[in-house]
Each structure stands twice: as C-alpha cells, then as structure tokens.
Design a protein around this ligand. Structure first.
Ligand SMILES: [Zn+2]
Length: 677
C-alpha cells in the first residue's frame, strides 16, 4: 500500500491486481488495534477495538492453519496478496467475505471462558475464509447461483470441523446444518435452491442456500468418494479461477474430472424444492430367517392418478451386529412404498438406513425397541445413533428412559449424550429428570447446557431445586448459566407456580449482577422472565431492559421477550406492550427491526398486525419486510380470522405471488433481450 501526505491529509493508495466484483469491495475505518500474523509470506492481520487484542487471538488465531488447509483442500493456493479480518460493531451479518478483507461481527470475539463453550466463532472464521476461493476467486454470475459459494462456505465449516475435531464431530455438525434447513422448509417455505423467483436478492440468503447447499456438496462427496470429490473440486476451482460461474459449470467440472454426470441429483435436490421423508418399518421372520423392510416416501402425494414429489435414489441399508461386521445392501428407492425381504443367516441386532448418511432426508424409524436400543449402542455412525435416540424418545416408556440414560452417561461422543438429554426432556417423566441430573457433571459444556434445558421441561420440585442450586454454583460456562436462568422461568407450572415471586427475584438479581460477555447470561434471565406469561411484574422488569442505552444484545432479547410474555397478560398490560413495541418499530437499525417483528409475530391481537404492516411498508431491508409479512400471517392464523375474508386474502396473496413470478420471468426475458440487442 502506498501512503503519502498531501498537505494536511494522508492518502492511502491500495491497488489490487486481480479482477473482482464490486459487491466484494470494502473499507473498514476505525481506531483499530492491529495484530500481525502470517501464512507463508502473506500477511494475515486481525483488526479489533483497542484493548481486545487477546480476544482477537483467541477468536481468529487459527486463520493461518485454515489458509494452509483450504489451499490444499481446494487445490489452489490462497489467491490474494493479504488476508485481513476486521471485527466491527452493529454489523448486520455474521461476516462478509470482501476480497482479502473479511468483516466480522464483534460479537464473535471470545474471552477465555467463552472459548470453552465452542461457539460459532471458529466456524464463522472458516466460512468467510473459504469464500476467498468460493465467491471471491470463483465468482457467481448471478445471485440465483449463490448456493455454489454459500453451500461450499457452509460445507467448509464441516471440512474444518473434521480436520480439527474428527469425523464424528463433522457428521454431527452437518446433521445440524441439515436440521436448520429442514426447519425452514417445514415452518416457513419451500423453494428450489436455484430460482429466479424473488423480490430482492437478499431474500435468497436463507437456509436453503447455505445449509441445504452444504448438504448437496455432501451428497456429491458421498456419490463420488473422497478422491474423486477432491479431484472435481480442484478442477472446478482451477478452471474457473478469476472467472464467473453458474450451476452448470460445477456439473461440467465434475463430469470432466470424474466421468460422473450428477444431473439426476441436481434435478431432484437443486432445481426443485424438497427432500425425501422416509418411513422405515422392520420385522424379523424367525421361521424363515427373513428380514422384512418396508420403506415409504411419505412426502410423495397422489394427484390425478400420478405420484408427485417422488425421489429416485440408491440408498445403502446395513444389517448391524454387535460382534461381527455390518452386511450392506444397496436399494433403489423410487416408489411411494416398497417392501424388501433379505435372507440372513442370523437376526441382525440393528438396522442402519442410509449407511454413512450421505443423503439429505428425514427418517422415521418404526423398529421394535430392542433393535433401536442396539442401534443407539452399537451403530458406528453418530447420525444413525441420533435417529435411534429420537425413535426411542418417541416410545417414551421407562425402558426407553433406561436406554437414553445409558447413552447420556456412557456414549463416547458428546453429540449423542446431548441428543439423549434432549429426548429425556421431551419424555418429561420424573424418572427422566432423575436420569438427567447425572448429565449435569458432563465434561462437555454443550451436553450440560442441553441437560439444563431439559430439566426445565420436567416440572417437579426436585428439578426446580436442582436448577436453583446450579444458578449459584455454575462457573464454567456462560451458556449454561443462561440456560439455568431461562429454565427457571419455563419450569414454573402447576404446583410450582407459587415459586413465581422467588424466581422473579432470582432473575432480577442475575440482571443486576451478571453483565458481561455478549450479555449471554442476562439475556437468559430475560428469556426466563418471558415464560411467566400471566405475571405483570415480569413485564415491568423486561420493559426496563428495552430502553435505549441498554447494551444491544440484551436490549434485543428484551424486545423479543415482550412478544413472548404478551399472550397471557391483562388488556392494560397488553396495551402497554403494544405501545412500547410500536415506538421501537420506528427505529431504523436492522437488528432492532428484526427483533420487533419477532416479538409482534408471537402476539395474538389485531393491533400487532397494524404495527407489522407499518414496518413492512417502511423498511428499506428486504429481509425485514419478509419477516414482518410472515409475522402478519402468523398472527392472523392465531386469530383464526373469518373464513370468507381469509379466502379473499388468500386469493390476493396468490395473485401477488403469480404476479411476482411473472415479473421475475419478465425481467429474465428482458435481460436476455438486452443481451441480444
Ligand atoms: Zn457466506
């Protein structure tokens, strides 16, 4: 960089030799502290607010190792003359991968204690760094193909997890990415990953783009195998460096490098919405030594004599044994329901559907409890063990509790102990509570956090007292402290209701004394208070923390909590809450607007709709607009509005939607037309 003085001014001149798109330009201006590091002879610098130098190292210190790893993983050395990461406040994304200068939210900065909570920071650093290849070196031609970069950046979080923490952690990490897509798909909307139907490009930056995109890369890896997958990725990056790409370029690179044409996969998972929902039932015929397996694709619907939304995939099925190797058969699943018979020498201990779990799907296991218990214990794949734990949880009886308790106390992998704790909480019986208490001593913070959350679902005095003691003694983890505070609120029902004044006092104390790292603990206390839906005093406490001047993270939690607590309040209190949210909705900051939308979306009054409509009409941000509109729908649904009016509204919505699709097609045609002329 060239720096020179021009009279009283200093001129900084930065020249980047490589071509790159305008959306990846950035300038970070501030009184930063600069921490210098390097990879080979390339400077790797971290910029943070003065006084946060130690936190910078704890949070971003692995960057040179990551550059080394991704350079070899992608078969192309880090392509730019430097790599800088600047942590900034009030940032509206987690990070932004500008060419050779990534911006990160300063909420990702960790202190010594937060490092042990294994938060999102390391993944965020890996994600933005991976973009330097996928997004910045290889640039997408159009937003509709953004999954190529976001999917790979999200999948790079899995790569890095595997490299740093091992295969089990990576498999479990990807499972949670899949869950986050599945949640959006079932609770918000379904769309093809590649689509031209949208109002603003930013709307495409959703869980379909990131997490489902990551799952598509995982399926490609599963079909090709490690060696060919790496070969295909190297080819794609090297052939398209400093160029722009579309989805078809990825398909082409895979085919040229490996001979595989994966159009069948892209047709099913990328160019149309959805995924297969498999229901698998199993029984054993002892007289004939036959295993019977029936697989149903429950997402497939019959319409006018045709079956819609069928997936056609080859799925490996394993028959597992405690003491001998698994027997694997690959089945082509392409009908709504298929039944298979397998002659086996001995009855299998458990059945593993989709061995290695490469395919994005949901599963519902209808196996006898004995097979599920064996799977939870012996299946080597943590994702399959997770599915078994869920199916066992659904049985909900004492035998199920015993099996989950064993997993919680004995499974070598923390992810399974966590899943077992979650299921015990869902079962909700007193015996499940007794099992859970044993998990409080777990060495992993995430397991302990889930144990605490689950204790909050078991509403008896023993669990209440356990949480109360834990609030005093918890020292190791901010997130566990927050979970305790929040669970103390959610546990209060039935005879425990009389403890309400005591809990309010405890949580007020937390709010007064436990400020600190990202306000995680105090936000937990606010969440706890928000569960006290019929209590006006709790509203008053929350209201105090929605005032301007309260640290941002805490204030946002309080704003959201106003919505949660509103549903059981008296008309006067409700009016107070609405007035407050209406005033806050006038603020222009993105995160505040999102919090207000979330709050109002939980309410059950038509007045919430008016405020939301005002917000949707006035906000400049497409994501807020969309959230506000979705919140309106939610409130309307809860109000169960008159059917006739609802019908008309649906008509208008449909027309709007069709209009939007026509508009999208029209702009496509216009774009094509202008290319021709
Ligand atoms: Zn990204």
């Amino acid at each position: 960089m060239l720096i020179y003085n021009l009279g009283q001014e200093t001129v900084y001149h930065w020249l980047q030799e490589q071509i790159h798109p305008t959306y990846l330009m950035a300038l970070a201006v501030g009184e930063f502290s600069e921490i210098k590091d390097q990879w080979k002879d390339i400077p790797v610098n971290y910029y943070v607010e003065k006084g946060k130098e130690e936190e910078a190292k704890l949070s971003m210190g692995k960057t040179p190792q990551m550059i080394d790893y991704f350079s070899s993983k992608f078969g192309y050395d880090y392509p730019f003359p430097k790599y800088a990461q600047a942590c900034v406040s009030d940032f509206i994304f987690g990070g932004m991968e500008n060419t050779s200068t990534t911006l990160l939210t300063d909420r990702c900065l960790l202190d010594e204690k937060a490092v042990k909570d294994k938060t999102f920071t390391e993944s965020l650093v890996a994600h933005e760094l991976a973009h330097q290849w996928f997004g910045d070196l290889v640039v997408i031609k159009h937003w509709s193909h953004a999954w190529i970069k976001e999917g790979m950046a999200s999948y790079s979080e899995v790569f890095w997890t595997e490299n740093e923490y091992g295969k089990d952690d990576a498999a479990y990490y990807l499972l949670n990415e899949a869950r986050s897509y599945l949640d959006e798909d079932s609770s918000r909307y379904r769309r093809p990953i590649v689509t031209n139907v949208y109002r603003e490009a930013i709307e495409l930056y959703d869980r379909h783009l990131y997490e489902k995109g990551a799952c598509v890369y995982h399926m490609i890896r599963g079909i090709l195998g490690e060696e060919l997958f790496d070969k295909a990725i190297h080819k794609f990056v090297n052939d398209n460096a400093h160029k722009t790409v579309e989805t078809v370029d990825l398909l082409r690179a895979i085919e040229t490098a490996t001979g595989y044409n994966l159009l069948f996969l892209f047709d099913q998972y990328v160019f149309r919405g959805g995924h297969p929902d498999y229901k698998i039932s199993y029984s054993w015929d002892n007289d004939n030594n036959l295993a019977k397996l029936t697989v149903t694709q429950t997402q497939a619907k019959e319409e006018d004599g045709n079956i819609k939304d069928i997936f056609d995939l080859k799925i490996p099925i394993g028959f597992g044994y405690e003491k001998s190797p698994m027997k694997i058969f690959t089945l082509r699943l392409h009908e709504k329901q298929q039944t298979f018979y397998f002659p086996l020498e001995t009855q299998a201990d458990y059945i593993s559907f989709d061995v290695n779990n490469y395919f994005l799907k949901t599963v519902k296991l209808e196996y006898p409890l004995a097979e599920l218990k064996a799977q939870l214990k012996y299946d080597p794949d943590p994702v399959s063990r997770t599915y078994a734990a869920i199916a066992i949880g659904k049985k909900g009886n004492l035998e199920a509790i015993k099996s989950l308790e064993e997993a919680l106390t004995n499974d070598p992998f923390w992810g399974i102990r966590l899943e077992a704790a979650k299921q015990l909480g869902k079962i909700g019986l007193d015996q499940a509570g007794e099992a859970l208490v044993k998990g409080l001593e777990d060495e992993d913070q995430k397991v302990r956090r889930t144990v605490i959350q689950s204790l909050g679902r078991i509403k008896n005095d023993h669990c209440y007292q356990t949480l109360k003691t834990a609030l005093k003694t918890e020292e190791k983890s901010y997130y566990c402290e927050a979970a305790i505070a929040s669970s103390l609120g959610s546990i209060l029902s039935g005879s425990l209701k009389e403890k309400t004044p005591e809990v309010i006092d405890l949580l007020k104390k937390v709010l007064e004394t436990r400020s600190g790292w990202n306000e995680v603990v105090r936000s937990g206390a606010i969440t706890g208070l928000s569960k006290l839906k019929t209590n006006g005093d709790a509203v008053d406490v929350i209201m105090e923390y929605t005032k301007l001047g309260i640290p941002q993270a805490l204030r946002l939690a309080a704003i959201r909590a106003l919505g949660t607590i509103s549903t059981g309040q008296t008309p006067d209190k409700l009016e107070e809450i609405l007035d407050s949210l209406e005033a806050i909705s006038q603020e222009t900051f993105f995160l505040t607007q999102v919090a207000v939308s979330t709050a109002l979306g939980q309410m059950e009054t038509p007045k919430a709709i008016n405020i939301l409509q005002g917000l949707a009409d006035s906000t400049p941000d497409g994501r807020v607009k969309r959230r506000a509109e979705e919140a309106i729908k939610k409130v309307r649904k809860k109000l169960g509005s008159d059917k006739g009016i609802q019908g008309l509204r649906d008509e208008i919505e449909k027309l709007k939607q069709e209009n939007q699709e026509l508009q999208s097609r029209l702009s496509n045609l216009e774009a094509k037309n202008s290319e021709l002329t």
